[in-house]
Design a protein around this ligand. Structure first.
Ligand code: ADP
Ligand code: SF4
Length: 684
């Protein structure tokens, strides 16, 4: 092993029933917005993980039947034999690199809405379904249960035909019928499938036995099981029924893939759970109860933590969804001793948001995620420059840093100039806010790389003017000058500036990020952007002792954070920090004493006293320098605006845009062409 022996234990092969994983790196099932709608993209993305050294690469949840139809979400599908060719693309891509392919079969019970199939919704009991859609599930009768078992068995056989090595039964995330049957809270049946834990576990036992009988001679049978629902005595608890289930079924699956439930707990963001490996206290009992191999997750980024978990007998496999998204080559980097090059997940859940948005997965740290097939991007490779000329990047925020790093990897002579005394732009500044410390990894990863390179010159305290830029003599210039928050209140609710009395101080997020805080006294945050930042600032100021009134034009605090599975935690955090929350109101004007609000529904007026207003509304792109340079005809070969200066968005958008610009520069990778699409008719 070219790396060092310290990590050798992570590269030991491990047997899982009839198959053997070549090492301990296990990409657990994760959603990705590709699925049955984008099978080529899914295959290429999973294949990339296998190329990066993961010994097991799993699908996302794979619907076994039209009565478990999760439309419009593009999960995976194995309804019938016509799904096999698409799935086979993935298993072939995974096998090409010597990895095992796993499939997570699922029936979602009342969690499915069956919008496409219009099939009856089946549940453990009569119950209303999820989300605000008024359609109910009917309790499965004996015929339904028999049918379900048959569907699961048939899906397992199809999975084997598609080339999978590991076939899952799935009882986790509060999303699956097998977990719903286990749940004392949901299962009120009076037949042999309800009542005692043994009865509630009957269906799971039958499915595991039947999967083994169907495919167990050649495929391993895995169980994904949530040992704890993190709702105390109202749900499954790791040291009570969670443990009892593992004891009861200990040797039945070939592998235990254990986690906590629901999805918002399993994939909790770093904002609310900063500790990598946060699930360990819940799952550490499992290996004491079963002799079968165990895989667990919880943002396991650190190789030293991985080694300790294996040595301490807590897991056999290092499970990962998000760390494998942020760095598909994580195992390979550990194997070859390139620990410092690992792109660590920051726990922001931008990846998760894509599932709900039904668009291809993306990642703040890894801009190539989801782009493997449609743009041909590889996380570790980039086309070398034909002619390694000098390039100038202005602005050292996420867009500028990523662009500079990729241009340097291509071999260009890169000069990066940043106005401020530290590199990192908004990513660095936002990482200083309450709960966002892990976001600093966006900066650290790129700076570490840039500082290694002889072809990179980094300048801070260098606010360039047009004359300065011209003086460098560099003909290719990338402008990553960012954007500033508006102070005048214009935004979603107001198309023109608000009527603001100069007697009441107005702050912007930039003020807070630069350490300029409102004086003591109530500050009214007006969040009309509806992203994450308004809520973060409210919590940040409140925990620092400021009195905060949070006014939002939305019906809830920070609605964007529903996509990152955080919204409920955000609202709770603000309530607990003593923030006064006013939803459904927009700011109209201010006076020396406070603000006038209007109800967004009725228009009714409401006056609220405050000492200052903090506007979180809209951003102004900083394009002055770009405009000046554009007037200097003939001086520059290319002037490329990137990141927030091109279009304000998430840090993930800025990183991606900087990456794209560097790749496409000089017609490198796909220069200027759009991306391949998976067309319903014909080849994509
Ligand atoms: P993005 O998210 O697009 O990377 P940021 O706002 O995080 O944008 O970063 C933009 C960076 O550009 C800031 O750190 C800012 O100080 C810097 N900047 C803006 N104008 C200039 C300039 N004329 N010269 C050098 N740096 C600049
Ligand atoms: Fe981690 Fe964020 Fe990337 Fe998801 S998007 S893998 S949470 S860095």
């Amino acid at each position: 092993m070219p790396g060092n022996d310290r990590y050798a234990i992570l590269f030991e092969p491990v047997q899982i029933g009839p198959v053997t994983a070549k090492n301990r790196f296990y990409q657990v099932p994760h959603c990705n917005g590709l699925g049955h709608l984008r099978p080529r993209a899914e295959a290429a993305m999973r294949g990339m993980k296998a190329a990066g050294g993961w010994a097991v690469v799993s699908t996302q949840e794979t619907e076994i039947h039209p009565s478990s139809d999760l439309s419009p979400y593009p999960e995976q599908r194995i309804w019938d034999a016509s799904d096999i060719p698409a799935l086979r693309r993935m298993t072939e891509a995974v096998h090409e690199h010597g990895a095992l392919a796993a499939i997570q079969l699922v029936h979602n019970g009342h969690h499915a809405r069956n919008h496409l199939s219009r099939a009856p919704i089946l549940g453990v009991r009569d119950m209303i379904g999820v989300a605000s859609y008024p359609r109910q599930a009917r309790a499965m009768d004996k015929a339904d249960i028999r049918a379900f078992r048959g569907w699961h068995r048939a899906a397992a056989l199809r999975a084997r035909e598609a080339g999978f090595d590991i076939v899952y039964a799935y009882a986790a995330h509060n999303m699956t019928i097998l977990q719903h049957f286990l749940s004392a809270r949901m299962n009120d049946r009076t037949d042999e499938y309800g009542g005692s834990l043994e009865n509630r576990a009957r269906l799971l036992r039958e499915v595991l036995e039947e999967t083994r009988e169907a495919v167990g001679d050649t495929c391993a049978v895995a169980l994904r099981f949530a040992v704890d629902e993190m709702m105390g005595a109202d749900g499954m608890q790791a040291h009570e029924e969670g443990r009892a289930v593992v004891e009861m079924l200990a040797g039945l699956p070939d592998l235990w893939d254990v986690n906590v439930s629901g999805w918002e707990n399993d994939s909790v963001t770093s904002r609310f759970e900063p500790q990598d490996g946060y699930q360990i206290p819940y799952i550490e009992f499992v290996k004491q109860v079963t002799t079968r191999p165990v895989v667990a997750t919880g943002r396991l980024n650190s190789p030293d933590l991985m080694v300790s978990l294996v040595r301490r007998g807590i897991v056999d496999f290092i499970g990962a969804a998000r760390p494998s998204i942020a760095d598909p080559f994580l195992p390979e980097k550990i194997r070859t001793g390139r620990i410092d090059e690992i792109r660590e997940c920051i726990g922001c859940n931008v990846c998760v948001s894509c599932d709900s948005l039904t668009v291809p997965i993306r990642c703040t740290q890894n801009p190539t995620m989801g782009e493997e097939w449609r743009r041909g991007w590889h996380p570790e490779r980039i086309a070398p420059a034909d002619e390694p000329r000098a390039v100038l990047v202005i602005g050292g925020g996420p867009a500028g840093l990523e662009c500079a790093m990729q241009l340097a990897r291509r071999g260009y002579e890169v000069t990066l100039a940043e106005a401020e005394s530290e590199l990192g732009g908004r990513a660095l500044k936002e990482s200083r806010l309450h709960g966002l410390a892990a976001w600093r990894r966006v900066v650290d990863h790129r700076l570490f790389d840039l500082r290694q390179r002889a072809n990179v010159r980094l300048f801070t305290d260098s606010r360039l003017t047009a004359a300065d830029v011209a003086e460098t003599g560099i003909a290719d210039v990338f402008l990553a000058t960012g954007a500033a928050w508006r102070r005048d209140g214009r935004g979603r609710s107001a198309m023109t500036p608000l009527d603001l009395d100069p007697a009441l101080p107005v702050f912007t997020p930039d003020d807070v990020l630069d350490g300029r805080l409102p004086a003591p006294g109530p500050v009214m945050i007006f969040d009309d952007e509806l992203g994450y930042l308004g809520g973060v600032l409210a919590e940040h100021l409140a925990v620092a002792g400021q009195r905060v009134i949070f006014v939002t034009s939305a019906a809830m605090v920070s609605p964007y954070t529903e996509l990152t599975l955080e919204q409920s935690r955000v609202q709770r955090a603000l309530i607990e920090a003593g923030v006064e929350i006013v939803t459904g109101h927009r700011l109209v004007s201010t006076s020396g004493q406070g603000a006038l609000l209007h109800c967004v529904h009725s228009g009714r007026e409401r006056h609220m006293a405050c000492g200052a207003v903090l506007m979180v509304t809209e951003r102004l792109r900083d394009v002055t320098l770009h405009e000046e340079l554009q007037t200097m005809a003939g001086r520059f070969r290319t002037l490329t605006l990137i990141g927030d200066a091109a279009a304000p968005g998430l840090i993930a958008d800025a990183v991606w845009d900087g990456h794209r610009a560097a790749r496409e520069f000089d017609a490198g990778d796909g220069g200027g062409s759009f991306f391949r699409r998976e067309l319903v008719l014909g080849e994509g």
